[in-house]
Design a protein around this ligand. Structure first.
Ligand code: AMP
Ligand code: ZN
Length: 119
């Protein structure tokens, strides 16, 4: 169980961070939390989320710059630990782009061939 900065009681990922909804943890520190996606789109598919409620990439401010950089360092570390060298990082911002949970998250997908452009 962790505290969430700007906790949003209606937010699924805030509840996951607090431990009110179970998740399959990959990594955790003071700033962020990573867990496997419940509906994986690749053999390896996990999400990295900040422990602060930030709506999306579109809501990131200059104050969040170090946090977002840290999340990418965590992605590099966790993929290494999982033995993953080739992977894709995706962040959907807004409904038209496919965002369904309005709490900033980076999808990390690996373990299969990927196409470009994404659908
Ligand atoms: P997005 O659609 O880009 O906002 O991504 C949200 C992701 O959260 C989707 O890939 C969902 O499968 C995933 N998701 C939703 N609920 C849960 C949950 N309880 N545990 C893990 N992943 C979840
Ligand atoms: Zn949230």
């Amino acid at each position: 169980m962790s505290d969430v900065l700007n906790y949003n009681p209606d937010c699924l990922f805030c509840k996951i961070i607090k431990g009110d909804i179970p998740s399959n943890k990959v990594y955790e520190d003071d700033l962020c939390y990573a867990f496997y996606d419940i509906d994986p789109q690749a053999p390896t598919h996990f999400l990295v989320i900040p422990k602060a409620h930030i709506q999306s990439c579109g809501a990131v401010t200059a104050e969040d710059a170090a946090l977002v950089g840290h999340m990418f360092q965590v992605i590099a570390q966790v993929t290494k630990e999982l033995g993953v060298t080739d992977f894709r990082v995706v962040s959907n911002c807004g409904a038209q782009a496919g965002q369904t949970v309005p709490h900033l998250h980076f999808h990390v997908l690996a373990g299969r061939d990927m196409t470009w452009p994404p659908g």
